[in-house]
Design a protein around this ligand. Structure first.
Ligand code: GLA
Length: 742
């Protein structure tokens, strides 16, 4: 079992490759002692005492210097002066607490988090949960630290529950999900930051000096600008080697992540709901549950991190019905028609799509009410009679009769001031009492903290799905939250509005996905503005960016895959010149970039030349016969570096010893040495047959040669070149994956 209590009161949490050691103390500090490569369970772990500054000496109950310690649960109002995990204000206005360790519990499996998505445990899983209770006797506040170890997945989770068991009100003014201290800072930090249409670029930081690095979103969503994840790696960690740690928050609202180096050069990492503007009232008997943080350590570099996260997200976060389900190849009307979508254009597109082997038609924005631009109609989810004079039913029936699945775009959390919904229910909007709500893309947010609003969204979406027999829904969200209050919430609870919005959203999605388990809901937020594990729990695929330029997508998709499996990353082939960048990239290259995730199309198929149609038909056919590998295989990054002029990855079926390798060139320069593509992770004691998908040429190579020397990339000429090879082991020794299981 993955959690053991050692004789001296320490807890050893371990998986195949990781140990995590902590010690609750009588004086209320929960000491963090170790996280890293696996230690031998059953020993006393003698070496695991933290380094205490000489000037302080070992603390005890009489002399508690929390700032000397490496901690798991630092709080404001103690002798720890670094960034706290949580803070409270008691009924008398004070913030001090005296926490005492009051016991623990080890539970088989996992405890679901009330109202929040989290990783699941299934009955046969090697999963255990440790709960550690800390009490402030004077106020009656109880803090329960929850640690789950998912042994089969080499992953841990942390979350916190605060409970007011006293008789007076308590105000929670900061409630992060996890804080952890390393007793050194010989690390680098990587996080994924960006903006609209250029989401998730790699940001690297050295930690050579004391100070604080902050990654955050204050936008009411996880955001285009930051991903709620922190990677902590050694300075010499590479793609496939060296210590790597990740912290990933399962949450879709504003968040704070920080890395703090203190005066002793120790590193503190923290992650959770953003404290700015946040407060939560705990009346006697009330509880507050933090979202979950997923933690993973790997000695196999960044790929070791992504490999484990992909597996656990596919198998224990994404809805079970969608875990292994083939994702249909979509044609989406947005870049084909924008707001001018109508019955004729949809049917023409559908007919062409069916002919090319495409499987799903998605009618994007513009199909409802008077929606001819982004200035009106959000909230009025009824068909636009001018564009679809006979309604959507005959269109959907027609598409279905050609063997196509059907889907609709909707942005149900929003309302346009120019809409019937707004005129009827102005009070359903999020706005501060007595003020105008700020517009974004000419629209307002609905106040999802209000139950009638949640119920209306559930009813509206239920009706659309049932009426049009939808197979798919694109769930969009096109403006961040900036309201700073809610007229539907009492004065004392305004600090709860942002989080209540997210809880409301989760309730809506939970209800709808339970009601329609076969409906594929694709998440979207102006592109990749809400691509996070919280949404992934309900939307098994997510649109990662409004930028469909194939060259830019190499980084966007490649970096998204540090955390998320390719089966969740939607990728569309669009027209040239590209609508976001003006770049003209060959169709084969665009096809291949999109075929690195969930393939789809987003262009006017009827405008393609015969040759382009033929190429598309062949590509769709090729993708169908290889998508089991792409969507369910192991993803192995080979070159994923924003600064490189190349990108490459492999999809690998470890059981069968076969895969696909993709290589892309972003730029071409004259007079260069010819390059080699190293296939880092294959078992080396085997021979492989490698087949070029363009020329059909094939050759044999030994695993050691592929791993240590690489495939020769012969001279190529021209812009935007790409290569795809299939690779197959010629003996069972070539099955598996070098880093498998860690
Ligand atoms: C957002 C989405 C796009 C498209 C438009 C429609 O920007 O990211 O894909 O659906 O909205 O308005």
């Amino acid at each position: 079992m993955p959690i053991e209590l050692l004789d001296d009161g320490r807890f050893h949490l371990f998986t195949n490759s990781t140990s995590y050691v902590l010690e609750p103390t009588a004086y209320g500090a929960v000491r963090h002692l170790y996280w890293g490569a696996r230690l031998n369970p059953g020993t006393l772990v003698q070496a695991l005492t933290e380094s205490i500054p000489h000037s302080i000496g070992t603390p005890d109950e009489a002399n508690v210097a929390f700032h000397a310690l490496t901690l798991e649960c630092p709080f404001y109002g103690s002798t720890d002066y670094r960034e706290p995990m949580f803070a409270v204000q008691l009924a008398n206005g004070t913030t001090a607490m005296d926490l005492h360790y009051s016991g623990y519990r080890i539970i088989h499996g996992k405890v679901p988090l009330l109202g929040l998505p989290s990783l699941r445990a299934e009955p046969d899983d090697d999963t255990e949960t440790l709960q550690i209770n800390l009490d402030d006797r004077r106020s009656g506040l109880r803090i329960t630290l929850q640690y789950s170890v998912l042994g089969n997945y080499d992953v841990m989770t942390r979350s916190v529950l605060w409970n007011n068991s006293g008789s007076e009100d308590i105000r929670l003014t900061r409630a992060l999900s996890a804080v952890l201290d390393f007793d050194e800072s010989n690390f680098r930090i990587m996080h994924l930051s960006g903006a609209w249409a250029r989401e998730r670029g790699q940001s690297w930081h050295d930690l050579s000096t004391p100070g604080r690095l902050v990654m955050e979103s204050r936008r009411g969503t996880s955001s285009h600008q930051e991903q709620p994840a922190l990677f902590v790696v050694r300075p010499d960690t590479t793609l496939h080697h060296g210590d790597a740690y990740v912290f990933h928050l399962v949450y879709s609202g504003s968040f704070l992540g920080f890395a703090q180096v203190d005066e002793y050069r120790r590193l503190r990492i923290g992650l959770g709901i953003h404290p700015t503007g946040f407060e939560w009232g705990l009346a006697p008997g009330d509880s507050f549950q933090s979202p979950e943080v997923v933690l993973r350590y790997s000695p196999h570099g960044l790929h070791g991190i992504s490999q484990g996260l992909h597996r656990v997200y596919r198998e224990r976060l994404i809805q079970p019905a969608w875990r292994d389900r083939v994702r249909p190849i979509a044609i989406n009307t947005w870049e084909a028609s924008y707001f001018h979508v109508d019955a004729k254009s949809v049917l023409e597109l559908g007919r062409q799509a069916a002919d090319l082997g495409i499987e799903l038609v998605v009618i994007d924005d513009g199909w409802f009410a008077r929606r001819d631009n982004d200035r009106s109609s959000l909230g009025d989810w009824v068909v636009n009679p001018a564009k679809f004079p006979h309604g959507l039913e005959p269109i959907m029936d027609g598409l279905k009769s050609w063997g196509l699945q059907v889907g609709l775009w909707i942005e149900p959390e929003m309302v346009s001031p120019d809409s019937e919904l707004y005129r009827m229910h102005r009070d359903w909007c999020l706005y501060a009492p007595g003020r105008e709500a700020p517009l974004g893309r000419h629209q307002l947010l609905l106040d999802l903290g209000q139950k009638p609003v949640q119920d209306w969204i559930i009813e509206t979406v239920t009706d659309l799905v049932a009426r049009y027999r939808l197979d798919y829904l694109k769930w969009d969200w096109n403006r961040p939250m900036a309201e700073g209050g809610s007229a539907g919430t009492s004065a004392g609870r305004q600090g709860e509005v942002g989080h209540r919005y997210v809880l409301g959203l989760y309730r809506i999605l939970e209800t709808l996905t339970r009601q329609f388990p076969d409906l594929l809901v694709e998440g979207c937020a102006g592109g990749g503005g809400r691509f996070d594990p919280g949404m992934l729990a309900f939307t098994p695929q997510i649109w990662p960016s409004d930028n469909t330029d194939a060259v830019d997508r190499l980084a966007i998709q490649g970096n998204t895959a540090w955390l998320y499996p390719p089966s969740s990353i939607s990728a569309h082939v669009s027209a040239v010149p590209n609508h976001q960048t003006g770049r003209e990239v060959p169709l084969t290259y665009r096809n291949r970039v999109a075929a690195s995730g969930v393939l789809g199309y987003e262009l006017d198929l009827t405008q393609l030349s015969q040759a382009e149609k033929e190429l598309t038909r062949q590509h769709v056919q090729w993708y169908k016969s290889h998508r089991d590998l792409i969507l369910a295989g192991e993803y192995v990054p080979l070159i994923v570096d924003d600064a490189s002029d190349q990108a490459a990855w492999m999809f690998w079926n470890a059981n069968e010893g076969r895969g696909i390798i993709y290589w892309f060139c972003r730029d071409n320069k004259p007079n260069q040495l010819s390059q080699r593509l190293v296939i880092s992770d294959l078992p080396i004691h085997a021979t492989y047959e490698i087949t070029d998908q363009d020329s059909g040429e094939h050759f044999m190579a030994h695993g050691s040669e592929l791993r240590y020397r690489g495939i020769p990339l012969l001279r190529f000429f021209g812009q935007y070149k790409s290569r795809v090879w299939t690779i197959a082991a010629t003996s069972p020794h070539g099955r598996g994956l070098h880093t498998m299981g860690s």
